[in-house]
Design a protein around this ligand. Sequence first.
Ligand code: AGP
Length: 609
Amino acid sequence: MCGIVGYIGKNEAWPILLEGLKRLEYRGYDSAGLAVLSNGAIDVRKAVGKLKALEACIKDNPPAGSVGVGHTRWATHGRPSDENAHPHTDCSGRITVVHNGIIENYLELRTELEGRGHKFTSETDTEVAAHLIEEYYAGDLASAVREAAKKLDGSFALVVMAQDEPRCLVGARRHSPLVVGLGDGETFLASDVSAFLRYTRRVIYVDDDIVVSVGSSDVRLFDLDGAEVEKAAETVDWDAAMAERGGYDHFMLKEIHEQPRALRDTMRGRLNPDLARIELPGINLSEEDIRRIERIVMIACGTAYHASIAGKYAIEELCRIPVEVDVASELRYRDPIIDERTLAIVISQSGETIDTIVGLREAKRKGAKAVAVTNVVGSLAARESDGVLYTYAGPEIAVASTKAYTTQLMVLYLIALYLAQVRGTIDESRAAALRAALWELPGQAEVILNDYSEVVKAAERYYCFNGFLYMARGINLASALEGALKMKEIAYIHAEGYAAGEMKHGPIAMIDPTFVTIAIAVQSKTYDKILNNIKEVKARSGEVIAVANTHDETITNYADRVIRVPQTEELLSPVLVAIPLQLMAYYVACNRSPNVDQPRNLAKTVTVE
Ligand code: AGP
């Protein structure tokens, strides 16, 4: 996610803005910029790369002035570049904007604005906000921002500065965070309190569809109709490190809680509120290409590989196309059967994992078209594939992948539904039911995150156990493998994911009172089978934690503990099942006190073999 900071007060703005951006670096970014109202004009400095590149644009000729805005960009629309870095200005250069979020309708707005003569200088969605505000500006910046905000679909936190209103900054937000810092004769606006905590702990959190106008010593809030609203100031008691984690003890827990937002952002523009159909503009495959696909090969590692397993189940069920999944480190050395009738789907949070990239190159060398599913704009996987579908999870700081996984699942479901839509392989009633269930997932994820006390209690009971077995059937085999990986990599406990039907072929020999079995028992066509597997484990004095649906009364007769998730289509259930399993690994790890965000021996991105 991008980082925003605004300052208006009595001191030089640029050092405060730069310091604020440094405090927001943890959010991840690929370019940065700032603008200061200097000697009656807006002076914009921006550079691709890290903040030291921006500092190089400033240090010899710093912009003088005590009002300004700053931005660190995590690219979502338009590659990382000087031109795409924020701040963005209107045609006149008298209005400048920084933005965090995704303006979903930016292409249609841009077409309209260009039709009315506006000249754009970037590929970003943000720039439409600058030109819209320009159109509405008639001497009242807050009013112009209100009118522009009404035109925007999607998520935004904006901070706007106008040359003709040198003693005010205006902010607006919808779904992306924006907070006001109340200083002594100075006021701050930022994505989170980290940016200004050293100056003040008195804050006002801006609510959705509220516009805030700030001077050096005054703050006024308005709804989009212009009615003034009141919001009490609060005092933040976090230290700087806690502030970076949004008050959570670890980035991993923060990122687990970001999943509802990440899922919504990943659906935006692809599954629209009318739920009528799936649109995947980035896939870059014609309908003819899609009809000609004879097989699909998935290329990924680690958590992304587990997502590909779920993707296999979804695509084979909905599209009737054979899907081969294999860890990239194996696929690349076994001369896989791939040709021009194969579609390669490359899944990688970082888009830089060397095994995955080499697998991608091998697939393309053999004639396959490739589509990347990645979280990083402009990554190797994105650049070397024919099409790219981004997950909009925002930067994932913790080594253990969480929000990247569930948003990868979301994209794979969208791909499965889109291919089925084009190939006509499912009837509309089934397709409509799945689209409606997809739409509900973020809200259902919120239900889980609102109360996971059962998970915390289970972690307190089982953190000292020596082994965890995760068993499941069907598409939730992916969930079992992923849940086990989380436990391995952050709690350092041996854990295995297994097809439950395989228990009698070996693993059941491990069962004893020191061994925990986590059974994924959400409603499915094999639900009765998993109940039998639970009985087999219990008969051998094994303890069983079941992940089951909220209203399932049967399961309590089988498992020692039950962790509940809302019911959804079986095909989509891995998105919800993943969350309690992430939390289970997290709280077990916290009880065993390893370094949760940076586990030993692991790197966030494996760019070497
Ligand atoms: C997952 O929690 C691990 N961090 C690791 O398995 C990771 O998924 C794997 O290295 C693949 O990374 P990528 O998605 O960036 O390619």
